[in-house]
Design a protein around this ligand. Structure first.
Ligand SMILES: Cc1cc2nc3c(=O)[nH]c(=O)nc-3n(C[C@H](O)[C@H](O)[C@H](O)COP(=O)(O)OP(=O)(O)OC[C@H]3O[C@@H](n4cnc5c(N)ncnc54)[C@H](O)[C@@H]3O)c2cc1C
Length: 553
C-alpha cells in the first residue's frame, strides 16, 4: 500500500512497532484491568489482544458510509466509559475533474476559490476549488449534500454546481470536463466528549477536527498531546482528563468559535447586500491602506487558510478595526449605489470583478505605462486613479473593444446625463477625439488620442483648457497565466483659475465631479469590457472543445 498511511506505518515499524492487520471488533477490560481487543484478522481468525494502553484512531470513514457512532467498536468504548459521547459528522462531496494543466493555468493559476453560495435550488454552504496538477478538486458541503441519497444524487449536484453562473464565470466551459472520480466522505463537525478512560483514549478524526479545516493538523494535535500525557503524566483516567483533556477542550472551543465564524461569514457572503458591503470594504482596504494594515483582508485570509484558531479569528472579526472597515465599506457601497442609479449604470448580465490596483502595486503600474510610452509620467498629479482587470482574451481583441470608445454601439460608458462620443477621427487612430459632454448644462471636455503603441497602449490627452497635464491611458499587458490585463490610468491637475470667479468655478467643478465618481464609472466600464471581449470571442466554447478531448485518467 502506498501513500501517507503506509509511510506512517513504515516509520512506526522502524521504531520497533509490529503490525497486525485486521479489524478491531470490540474492546473490554480483562481481569488484569488491561484493555482487551478482539481483532478479526485478514485470514478470518479472531485474536484477543491485551494491551497496556490503547490509542483508538479509527477515523470516521472506515464504516462503509455509516455514521461511525453506530460502529461496534465505538459502542464497546461507550460501555467502558458511559460519559463518552461520539462527535457528529456530516457528508461532504469531493470530486475531481480532468481539465488539463493548460486549462488550470489559464483559469486558476495558483489560486484557490471558496464559493459560499450555490443557488435557490442548490443549497451549498462552502465549496473549495483547488487545482492539483491536471485535475481540479472540488470539495463541498451543504444541505443538498446532507440530504442526498448518494451516489445517484451526487451526479445531479455535480451537474447543477458546474452550471452555476458564478462557476461558469470562473471556469468557462467546465461542465464538459470529464469526471475523474467522486466520493462522499464524512467530516467531523462536533468533537467527542470524554473520549478516554483507564488505559485508552481516542485520537484523530474519531475525536473531532477543526471545523471545515485541517483534519491532519487536528489529528497531529490530539495524537501528540496524548503521547505527551502517556509518557509524562500517566495512563489512568484522571491523568488523561488532565493532560489529554487540554487537547479535547481546545478542539471543543475551536469548533464552537468556528461555528460562530462560519455563521457570520455565511451571512457576509450569501446575502447580496451584505456581500456587496463586505466586498467593497475589502476593496477599499486594498486601495487605501498599506499591505500590513488591512484587518478585514487578514481575517478573511485566516478563515480560508485555517492558519489561526477560530477563537482568534472571532476576536478579530468583532474588533474595532474590522468593524471600521465594514462601516467604511457600507458607506462607500451606499454612495456607489446612489451614483450608479444617478448615472443609469445597470449591471444586469454583467458580473462584478475586482478592478482595484493594490496600493503597493501602483508605482509598478505607472512605471510599466511609462516604459510602454517611453516617456515620464508626472510624479504626483492632483487627481490620479488607476484600475486593472484580467480578461480572457488577446491584446488585439481587447483593443477591438476599446475601439468602441465613444462609438454609437459601445456597451461601456453609457452614462445618463453625460454623453461620451467620438467626434473626430477613426477609432484607436491618432488624432481621434472623444468628447464628454453634459447636454443639460452645455459643458464638456475633449480627449485627443495622441499616441498608439501597437495593441498595447493608447494615450489620450485632455483638452488643456479644462485641466493641466490631463491623461487617460489604456494599456494591455500579458498576464502570467496567458490571459491579459487591461489597465486604465487617469490623471490631471485641477485648473486654479486666475480671478475669484474663475477659482470658484473650478472649485465647483471639483465638487461636482469628485474623484470617486471615476471609480464607479470605470469599475462598471471595465467589467463590461471584460465580459464583452470574453463573450464575443467565444472563450467558453473554445475551452469546452479542449475539455471534451482531454484524455481519461
Ligand atoms: C477525500 C479527503 C480529502 C482530505 N483532504 C485533506 C487535506 O487536504 N488536508 C487535511 O488536513 N485533511 C484532509 N482530509 C482529512 C484527513 O484525511 C483526516 O482528518 C485524517 O486522515 C484523520 O486521520 P485518522 O487517523 O484519524 O483517520 P483515518 O485517516 O480515517 O484512518 C482511520 C483508519 O482506521 C481504520 N479503521 C476504522 N475502523 C477500524 C477498526 N474497527 N479496526 C481497525 N481499523 C479500523 C480505517 O480503515 C482507516 O484506515 C481529507 C479527508 C478526505 C476523506
Amino acid at each position: 500500500m502506498a501513500g501517507f498511511d503506509a509511510f506512517l506505518l513504515g516509520e512506526a515499524v522502524k521504531e520497533g512497532a509490529r503490525i497486525l492487520d485486521g479489524k478491531v471488533d470490540s474492546m473490554t477490560y480483562a481481569a488484569s484491568g488491561m484493555p482487551r481487543l478482539t481483532v478479526s484478522t485478514q485470514s478470518g481468525e479472531q485474536v484477543s489482544l491485551d494491551a497496556a494502553f490503547v490509542a483508538i484512531a479509527t477515523g470516521i470513514n472506515g464504516h462503509y458510509g455509516h455514521d461511525y457512532r453506530d460502529d461496534a467498536l465505538i459502542a464497546s468504548v461507550q460501555r467502558l466509559n458511559p460519559a463518552f459521547v461520539p462527535g457528529k459528522s456530516r457528508k461532504a462531496l469531493i470530486f475531481e475533474l480532468d481539465v488539463g494543466e493548460e486549462y488550470l493555468e489559464r483559469n486558476l493559476r495558483r489560486e484557490i476559490y471558496f464559493i459560499e453560495y450555490g443557488s435557490k435550488h442548490l443549497a451549498i454552504e462552502h465549496t473549495a476549488l483547488i487545482p492539483k496538477g491536471r485535475f481540479l478538486t472540488v470539495a463541498m458541503i451543504g444541505k443538498c449534500i446532507d440530504a442526498a441519497a448518494l451516489p445517484r444524487d451526487s451526479q445531479r449536484i455535480v451537474h447543477d454546481f458546474l452550471t452555476l453562473p458564478q462557476i461558469e464565470r470562473i471556469l468557462p466551459g467546465i461542465q464538459a470536463a470529464p469526471l475523474a472520480c467522486a466520493c462522499a466522505p464524512r467530516m467531523a463537525v462536533t468533537p467527542a466528549r470524554f473520549p478516554f478512560g483507564d488505559r485508552f483514549a481516542i485520537i484523530g478524526d474519531a475525536v473531532g477536527a477543526r471545523l471545515n479545516k485541517d483534519g491532519l493538523f487536528s489529528a497531529h494535535v490530539t495524537a501528540s498531546r496524548l503521547a505527551q500525557t502517556v509518557l509524562h503524566d500517566g495512563i489512568g483516567r484522571q491523568a488523561l482528563a488532565k493532560g489529554y483533556g487540554k487537547a479535547i477542550r481546545w478542539l471543543a472551543a475551536d469548533n464552537r468559535f468556528g461555528r460562530m465564524v462560519f455563521g457570520v461569514s455565511r451571512v457576509a457572503f450569501t446575502k447580496p447586500v451584505v456581500s456587496r458591503i463586505t466586498y467593497q470594504a475589502f476593496a477599499t482596504e486594498c486601495k487605501v491602506r498599506d499591505e500590513r494594515s488591512r484587518p478585514l483582508s487578514a481575517v478573511l485570509w485566516k478563515i480560508s487558510s485555517g492558519t489561526a484558531d477560530y477563537r482568534e479569528v472571532w476576536r478579530e472579526m468583532c474588533g474595532w478595526s474590522v468593524l471600521r472597515s465594514i462601516l467604511a465599506g457600507a458607506a462607500v457601497t451606499l454612495r456607489n449605489v446612489a451614483f450608479e442609479a444617478f448615472f443609469g449604470l445597470k449591471w444586469g448580465e454583467y458580473g462584478r470583478y475586482p478592478t482595484v490596483v493594490l496600493k503597493e502595486k501602483r508605482e509598478a503600474l505607472k512605471e510599466r505605462l511609462a516604459s510602454s510610452l517611453e516617456t515620464e509620467i508626472e510624479e504626483s498629479p492632483e487627481f490620479e486613479r488607476m484600475y486593472v482587470i484580467k480578461i480572457r482574451g488577446a491584446a488585439e481583441e481587447i483593443m477591438e473593444e476599446l475601439a468602441q470608445f465613444g462609438g454609437p454601439h459601445a456597451r461601456f460608458l453609457n452614462l445618463r446625463f453625460i454623453e461620451v462620443r467620438r467626434i473626430e477621427g477613426l477609432p484607436n487612430q491618432v488624432g481621434s477625439v472623444i468628447r464628454y459632454r453634459i447636454p443639460l448644462v452645455g459643458v464638456g471636455a475633449e480627449l485627443r488620442l495622441t499616441r498608439v503603441i501597437g495593441f498595447e497602449t493608447l494615450l489620450y490627452q485632455l483638452d488643456g483648457r479644462l485641466a493641466s497635464r490631463g491623461k487617460l491611458i489604456f494599456n494591455v499587458a500579458p498576464a502570467k497565466d496567458g490571459n491579459s490585463r487591461l489597465s486604465v490610468y487617469a490623471a490631471f491637475d485641477y485648473k486654479k483659475g486666475k480671478g475669484f470667479a474663475e477659482r470658484v468655478l473650478w472649485m465647483g467643478a471639483k465638487v461636482l465631479f469628485p474623484e470617486f465618481v471615476h471609480d464607479i464609472v470605470w469599475n462598471h466600464a471595465l467589467c463590461t469590457i471584460k465580459e464583452e471581449v470574453e463573450r464575443r470571442h467565444g472563450y467558453a466554447p473554445e475551452r469546452l472543445g479542449k475539455l471534451k478531448h482531454a484524455p481519461p485518467r
